[in-house]
Ligand binder design. Structure first.
Ligand SMILES: [Zn+2]
Length: 161
């Protein structure tokens, strides 16, 4: 049966390491979300054992979750394996309590722990509890608010009505 699904998951995150003499292949296993078929993303191909950082190699052998995450975030691997990450519902916004009595305008900074593509207007609306039109009216920002960004930015909140 042919499966047309284009979505896969790393599940709990497993690597497979295959040694051939002094060369190693390292794959990250992914599973189709629809038919469960497993496939492999090539992380390293026929790479000399000696060129690996021992800690990294250990990470591959024990399926270190941080190593899984960092490989998935590696743009080179994504390009080579032709995948894009689906961040839908996969990010969280930590907002320190905003002091409502503060004098306007207020300058705020957004920091990203991972390069998650988000639209600044949505992020700000959620973070400050503003409506989207209110965000467009009250926020001054050097980057386009409606275009997804993956890097930190600063913005200024102007006084409301
Ligand atoms: Zn499938």
């Amino acid at each position: 049966m042919d499966c047309r699904s284009e979505s896969a998951t790393t599940g709990e995150g497993r690597f497979r390491v295959n040694a051939n003499r002094k060369l190693l292949d390292v794959w990250l296993l992914v599973r189709c979300v629809s038919c469960d078929r497993t496939s492999k993303l090539t992380v390293h191909e026929r790479t000399p054992v000696s060129s690996f950082d021992p800690a990294e190699l250990h990470g591959y052998r024990v399926n270190d979750p941080e190593l899984v995450a960092s490989r998935l975030l590696d743009p080179l691997l994504a390009r080579r394996s032709r995948f894009a990450l689906d961040w839908t519902g996969a990010w969280r916004l930590d907002t320190p309590s905003v002091r409502r009595d503060e004098a306007w305008p207020v300058q705020l900074e957004v920091l990203f722990e991972d390069p998650v593509p988000v639209r600044p207007d949505r992020l700000i609306a959620q973070g400050l509890g503003l409506s989207r039109p209110e965000v467009l009216r009250r926020i001054k920002c050097d980057i386009p608010l409606r275009r997804p960004t993956t890097a930190g930015f600063t913005f200024t909140v102007m006084a409301g009505d």
